[in-house]
Design a protein around this ligand. Structure first.
Ligand code: 0A1
Ligand code: ZN
Length: 884
């Protein structure tokens, strides 16, 4: 019986209540008799009292398990000697050192939550982070219990020819009855969340990597046979990651084999199980024909991310789940700098900041706001958030900015060295950096403890007689749930000063005797307000503040549109150039929204137009940057800039601006499109990707002119291209124009690609984000299409998720239809897969930022969910926090 959902009023876990585990597990021998409907697990645990604790009952976690028997030191326990409930198994008395043998049965094919051991397509696989191992067997399922695992798997040899677990393959054999067995041993002690098992009829592509100390590591990717042509990119990415981690962090791989498995049903992107990473198929499989440049890019970074966890997460792991950002923030920061090193650093930074601002800032300003190190949770799965990951990465990045590249490396060396094999805290991480650099980061640590996005306001003053320029920096941070008043942060603010020709000016502070050598310098803001006074400043400069986005703050710096245009054209910091352009666009677009509200005639700022023209004409500028600089902020991001989001006004303003830009610069878009259209075989490299991104951007502007010829152009691009990047870009534009061409293009696309799940998900997504008025009806119809299965998280994200998150005009339709649709789907999903259901709720995170009518409608939907009986802890936690 599935007991996972019976308990109501789920309880809160507090960091303040942390206690060391009472019993430790030195060794775990797991024996699996695999079958998709009933798998038998025999777990033999060598346990002992933790010397840091004191004797008492032994409590093991366990959920949705059929308990068959328990033996303590070889003796079968009777019913009275233990107690089981839906969450745990308690043995009243155990000696100081003992062996437990527990037999349980589980039902992988009934596991739609995709936690623990589950059945996906034709394979069996596990997902144990954060608390899935307790759905496999009774165990102290917490990251600070680290164990050496030996895993034996027995199964029918025909149905399950490949059987994998962590570590190295020790032995294997055949039985006479058609079954076979394997034994895997992982010599590195690990927490249960890193356990993995996979079985199925899988194709394997193999490669090798020679480590810096000359050890040969076998690399294997396992996929469904129909995907055997899709492994090359992931293998290349893996080798790049292994090399980069050696060169940049001195980290070498530590087993003889490294395996990656692709599965179709997966709640997240991928999982770093020791030596056996399991990936959502969409995050690892790619060919130029089936995957876009963005997919290739993302796959490279996720492969790297999971690989980097081998040190930042596995060798040194988290003491408890409040420390999740210890591994995630650090590892995201590592994968971001890997991507920056291998591709364009400027584009990487722009994308990272764009993502942070649009997702994390919204989370930090909403009802689920929590610190990078939270101090309470109801359901830990809800804390795999953009705050833990992306803001966590920014926090580590700031540490690096403060201690410098070399200092940071010294710090991470000490951290890995000092804590290898341990389960530690974010405080331990910071301490290692402090000790290696003799710095004091105690104030800085507030970034881990306080939620909310700080505001950084900038004022300047120039004294032409004294030739002094003052930069007055001020910080504040809004209240967040449970945190009324905030203490000052330690904010690293990177600044440069530009003269009227756009040259960097010297930056000598008044208290310094020698000039500062460099174009950008990092100021530390630690008080509420500080003035930094620069001397020998020969003309009034324009300050370029927060270069490279040196801290995750909201910058309040009242530059005029003219000054923004100047920075957009001249700043030597690429990030700030882009950012000035974005701010200019925001100013212009919000003015248009205002004109729409006042029913004024609309016009587009000639200043913006001339800046965009200059960028488009700049042949020296990386085409990838040109494309970024010509991209208007999203409707969602614009909504977040208004006190009350005006959904329809924003949509109309953005469409208007886009069309005006397109019409005004049409000859230029045309020319650039044509010059980038020289047929060239697809390659995944920064230069070609840049060209494709600019080409597709030009096409999207051309399509916005409503010139019917441009639709022909989209069609032509779809016909002649050899890659998904250009094919999908064409389709996306066609899907926004009603008419027979649209229907034909969609049908043809589906016919061509219906055998390919990754491509079919794209087909669902483009329809979900269409601007056409009947989109919700279409989405509902697609839910009945053969291409859609509500049990598959990728399908749900592609269709329902895209509609709710990336189609604001339709999701926020005034009649509330979008909200009612979401609520209905969440209630269905919650019974199947609580994690996916809870994630979908995120679309309502900012519900209090809309007009009162919409707020009422959203609230009604939230209440409809909240009053449902037997909600999962996942959905319960989010919905109650939203309504609080
Ligand atoms: N540790 C993984 C993310 C992950 C978390 C939970 C999962 O299942 C609920 C799966 C994956 C990572 O950071 O890549
Ligand atoms: Zn991770």
């Amino acid at each position: 019986m599935d007991l996972s959902n019976v308990e109501q009023s789920p309880k809160m876990t507090l960091l303040a209540n942390y206690q060391v585990p009472r019993y430790l597990v030195d060794e775990a021998l797991l024996h699996f008799d695999l079958d998709k409907s009933k798998t038998r697990v025999i777990s033999t645990l060598k346990m002992r009292l933790n010397p840091e604790s004191s004797a008492g009952e032994c409590v093991l976690d366990g959920e949705s398990l059929d308990l068959i028997s328990i033996k303590l030191d070889g003796k079968l326990l009777s019913d009275s000697e233990y107690e089981v409930n839906s969450k745990s198994l308690t043995i009243a008395e155990v000696p100081e050192q003992f062996e437990l043998e527990i037999i349980t049965e589980i039902h992988p094919d009934q596991n739609t939550a995709l936690e623990g051991l589950y059945h996906s397509g034709r394979l069996l696989c596990t997902q144990c982070e954060a608390e899935g191992f307790r759905r496999i067997t009774y165990y102290p399922d917490r990251p600070d219990v680290m164990t050496v695992f030996t895993v034996t798997i027995v199964a029918d040899a025909k149905q399950w020819p490949v059987m994998l677990s962590n570590g190295n393959l020790e032995e294997q054999g055949q039985f006479n009855d058609g079954r076979h067995w394997v034994r895997w041993h992982d010599p590195h002690p690990k927490p249960s969340y890193l356990f993995a098992l996979v079985a199925g009829d899988l194709y394997c592509q193999q490669d090798h990597f020679r480590t810096m100390n000359g050890r040969d590591v076998t690399l294997r990717i396992y996929v469904d046979p129909e995907n055997k042509h899709k492994c090359d990119h992931a293998l290349v990415s893996l080798k790049q990651s292994m090399k980069w981690d050696e060169e940049v962090y001195g980290r070498e791989y530590d087993l003889d084999v490294f395996m990656i498995v692709a599965v179709n049903d997966f709640n997240m992107g991928a999982m770093e199980n020791k030596g056996l990473n399991i990936f959502n198929a969409a995050c690892v499989l790619a060919t130029p024909e089936t995957a876009t440049d963005d997919d290739f890019y993302t796959i490279q970074s996720i492969v790297a991310h999971e690989y980097f966890h081998n040190w930042s997460g596995n060798r040194v792991t988290c003491r408890d789940w409040f420390q999740l950002s210890l591994k995630e923030g650090f590892t995201v920061m590592r994968d971001q700098s890997f991507s920056a090193d291998l591709n364009s650093a400027a584009v990487q930074r722009i994308d990272d900041v764009n993502g942070l601002r649009s997702m994390q800032f919204a989370e930090d300003a909403g009802p689920m706001a929590h610190p990078v190190r939270p101090d309470s949770y109801i359901e830990i799965s809800n804390f795999y958030t953009v705050t833990i990951y992306e803001k966590g990465a920014e926090v580590v990045r700031m540490i690096k900015t403060l201690v410098g590249d070399e200092g940071f490396r010294k710090g991470t060396d000490l951290y890995f060295d000092r804590h290898d094999g341990q389960a530690v805290t974010t405080d331990d991480f910071v301490k290692a950096i402090e000790d290696a650099n003799s710095v004091d980061l105690s104030q800085f640590k507030r970034w881990y403890e306080q939620a909310g996005t700080p505001e950084l306001s900038v004022k300047t003053h120039y004294d032409p007689v004294q030739q002094r320029f003052s930069l007055i920096l001020r910080q504040s941070c809004p209240a967040t749930p449970g945190q009324e008043n905030k203490l000052n942060f330690h904010i690293p603010v990177a600044v440069g000063l530009l003269d009227s020709d756009g040259n960097n000016m010297p930056m000598q502070l008044a208290e310094e005797v020698t000039p500062y050598d460099g174009d950008t310098r990092v100021l530390s803001l630690t008080e509420t307000e500080q003035t930094f006074e620069f001397i020998h400043v020969s003309e009034e400069p324009v300050a370029s503040v927060l270069r490279g986005f040196s801290a995750p703050v909201k910058l309040k710096y009242d530059l005029t549109n003219k000054q923004l245009a100047f920075l957009m054209g001249r700043d030597t910091d690429s990030f700030n150039r882009w950012d000035a352009g974005q701010q200019l666009m925001i100013n212009v677009l919000l003015e248009i929204v205002d004109d729409i509200q006042k029913q004024n005639t609309l016009a587009l700022s000639p200043l913006l137009l001339s800046q965009l023209e200059a960028v488009l004409n700049d042949e020296q500028l990386d085409p990838a940057l040109v494309a970024k600089m010509l991209t208007l902020p999203t409707e969602n991001y614009l909504a977040a800039q208004m006190p009350v989001a005006d959904v329809d006004g924003i949509h109309q303003a953005r469409e208007f601006a886009k069309r005006q830009i397109a019409i005004s610069l049409k000859p230029l878009f045309n020319a650039r499109y044509e010059s980038l259209s020289k047929q060239k075989k697809y390659q995944f490299n920064a230069e070609d990707m840049a060209a494709r991104s600019l080409k597709n951007l030009c096409l999207s502007y051309l399509a916005a002119t409503d010139d019917p010829l441009q639709m022909q152009r989209c069609l032509r691009q779809m016909k002649v291209t050899d890659n998904m990047t250009e094919l999908l870009a064409g389709l996306r534009l066609m899907v926004d124009q009603a008419g027979p061409e649209r229907e034909h293009a969609l049908r043809a696309f589906y016919e061509q690609w219906k055998h390919d799940r990754q491509v079919v998900d794209k087909w669902l997504s483009v329809q979900a984000v269409s601007k056409l008025p009947d989109t919700l009806l279409r989405v509902k119809a697609l839910m009945k299409h053969e291409a859609f299965n509500i049990k598959n998280p990728n399908n749900v994200r592609a269709l329902i998720g895209q509609f709710c998150r990336n189609n604001p005009v339709h999701f926020h339709a005034k009649d509330g239809s979008g909200y009612r649709f979401l609520a209905e789907q969440i209630l269905v999903l919650d019974k199947l897969n609580p994690q996916v259901a809870a994630r979908m709720l995120g679309a309502l995170n900012s519900w209090r930022r809309y007009d009162l009518e919409r707020q009422e409608l959203m609230k009604a939907s939230l209440e409809q969910i909240a009053t449902q009986k037997d909600l999962s802890a996942d959905v319960y936690e989010i919905v109650t926090k939203y309504l609080a």
